[in-house]
Design a protein around this ligand. Structure first.
Ligand SMILES: [Zn+2]
Length: 107
């Protein structure tokens, strides 16, 4: 790895760790409010805490975590992908309705 890049990666990791330490506990999902989330859980656990960029980096979202970083549960982060927060909220409403329907049918 080139020297400059190595330093950049180092700085990025430091700022991510500082960001995590600054998050209020219990860790709560910004999108679905699932709580308490934990970073210690296995990667695909529904209560695994992840860092999400509200505005995806691929859509010119800021890399500044104070402005653009939020805590998300693993399922929200996975399903949100490159959607904007408003777009994802619409998906979430659909997901909740689908789950509610599924429950109704099982009763
Ligand atoms: Zn969530």
């Amino acid at each position: 790895m080139p020297k400059g890049l190595e330093e950049k990666v180092e700085v990025t990791w430091l700022s991510i760790n500082v960001w995590w330490e600054q998050q209020p506990t219990p860790l709560t999902c910004y999108y679905c409010f699932a709580s308490p989330l934990s970073r210690e859980l296995p990667v695909k656990d529904p209560l695994r805490a992840t860092l999400d960029h509200k505005i995806p980096l691929s859509k010119r979202g800021s890399t500044n975590l104070k402005k653009n970083g939020v805590i998300a549960c693993y399922p929200c982060n996975r399903d949100k992908g490159v959607l904007l927060p408003d777009e994802f909220r619409a998906v979430l409403r659909f997901r909740n309705r689908r789950d509610a329907l599924r429950k109704l049918r099982q009763d």
